[in-house]
Design a protein around this ligand. Sequence first.
Ligand code: DGY
Length: 331
Amino acid sequence: MTNKPTVYVTRRIPSAGLEQLERACTVEVWPEKTPPSKDHFVERLSALSADGLVCLLTDDVDAEVMDASPDLRVISTYSVGYDHVDLDAAAARDIAVGHTPGVLTDTTADFAWSLLATCARRTVEGQAYVRDGEWETWQPTLLTGQDIHGSTLGLVGLGNIGTGVAKRAAGFEMNVLYSDVERHERTEEELAAAGVDITYVDQDDVFERSDFVSLHVPLLESTRGLVGEAELRRMKDDAVLINTSRGPVVDTDALETALERDWIERAGLDVTDPEPLPADHSILEYAPEKLVVTPHLASASVQTRDKMAEMAAANALAGVRGEPLPNSALD
Ligand code: DGY
């Protein structure tokens, strides 16, 4: 009888993926809603001599974790982002790293749009108004917001999700600007192939000229704090900032100051720093009038979370078998 590989999973992922893993491996799943502590994580990998690890974006996967099991061959994150995994440490140990690109692009772009529209048209405030019993009559200037159609959308970052957001803007007849942290201006052919008609500008121009600024960059040393006081001061005072990328891309203190001093009209955040955002965090004083916050939901459709689970399982299974991962983060 051959021994099955052992895989440790840091949270219960959808059964679409978990069952694939359980058919081929001995699987231990951390059963709680919140992440296991680092100590526990390390102890279980070590006790199991785990061959594979399936983790979430909330787990800090560093060299200590990787050294916990001498047999660890693969780390498969149930996310497209992998800023929580030390890729250099994994490469140095010959541990494969998988992630889930592609499947959440459209779902995340849909959500960025939903947050943008919510902020522009003050939907959350509207619901609070009704629930609070304030709705007495139709009023000429009740909760008036910003027009989306015909306005200017600025995208910071034009990867798959940024491109998805740009495509959706065409239906609103928006003027779309984009910048790139590496200053990579796409050719006309590249833009046509991506199906978008948009204009490259300097990052400062995105902030200065846009009515809506939406962030679509990965979290890197170069993008940490990318939106600080200077950028927020550059924005129009009736502009809206949308962040569905990673919380630390925006300097939270600077954003709080911007909301307090009316440098911008409103912000919509699906990701925060810190994350999770404590209910007593001072920036929430500005919600819902100037701030809408959702708990990192952008990829949270049933279909997409199932596909992510299948991809995470496929990466883990390939890794424990010593095969190339279908979606490697180390390429
Ligand atoms: C990811 O997969 O990196 C996303 O942030 C999850 O929504």
